[in-house]
Design a protein around this ligand. Sequence first.
Ligand code: PLP
Length: 348
Amino acid sequence: MRTPRVEFDLGKIRANSKILCERLRSVGIDVKGVTKGVGGDSQIAAAMLDGGVTGLADARLSNVLKLRTNGINCPIALIRSPMHDQLAELVASCNISYHSDLTTLDLLGQAARDANRCHSVMLMVEAGDGRDGLPIERLEHFVAAVLNTPGLTLNGVGANFSCMQAVPPTSAALMVLSNAIERVESCLRTKIACISGGNSTSLPLALAHVNLGRVNELRLGEAILLGIEPLSGRVLPGLFDDAFVLFAEVIESSRKTRDAPLSNEKLNTEQSLTNLNQAVLAVGTQDTDIHGLKPPTTMSVLGASSDHLVLNTGGTQLAIESEVPFRMNYSAMSRLMNSPEVIKHAVN
Ligand SMILES: *Cc1c(COP(=O)(O)O)cnc(C)c1O
């Protein structure tokens, strides 16, 4: 089979989704499966849904359109604020979208009315991560604006954590959000249905049965796909962390003698660089995040350029055309899955 190739195991992704959905359901939390890290791959989306997620979420409208074209018809949320020229397509393809801007909401209402549709809104609150979201003290104003815009309904309120800063959410932060929601509910005499409490970094808190206040939804990508808790990198109990494997092909193999280490491209200096077996592979920084690749334990990455990856292959000299398997982190995975050069191959 051709390379570079990512093989992903749909059975493992389905199993990860199922375990997380069951554990979270037992604490009153519903899961949305996030597909942006796999370029909106519809087979992976279907595996997440088989595992029990009640809807999908993606940051890019192009991925949502791909999911729809490939027959996925569950509820899909756009979790990045849309650009104004996307609103008609957004209303046509997504049931729900995330917002933090009043002008955009006004135009969204117009787009929904033009299409004779009713579109659900999630309001995104900035809860300390410093990326996007409306200030919490403006929540009431935003809720009222959505309720007063024909064509829009309020689905709920969400917050982001650990997107820009590697700081996990705390119970206290989620209680601040919950209290603000309850104040708004009583001022406006309304009920806010869905409270979305973050991404995979919220899992340790949720699974530890800590009080999450009104949170009843999480949006999970990395934990389902790679089986890990992103901030610690720890494998979550019972989950597969090897659903994705990259195969790259050897295009040069030699025994090298070096008396000085490689220069700046060097990623790993653990091994002695004199007398090593070196292989050059046909994959590079244009395809993936090389720092996020993990070669087999007997090998180490010496460096990479745009189209080549250089491996110290330890005691063995690899044959030309042989394939080397790599495990990967989220950054490496998402770039591979979004690269048109990389073959994607589902196994089950
Ligand atoms: C990417 C993203 C997620 C999913 O994050 P994971 O760490 O992969 O679980 C959730 N919410 C938003 C808004 C996102 O952009």
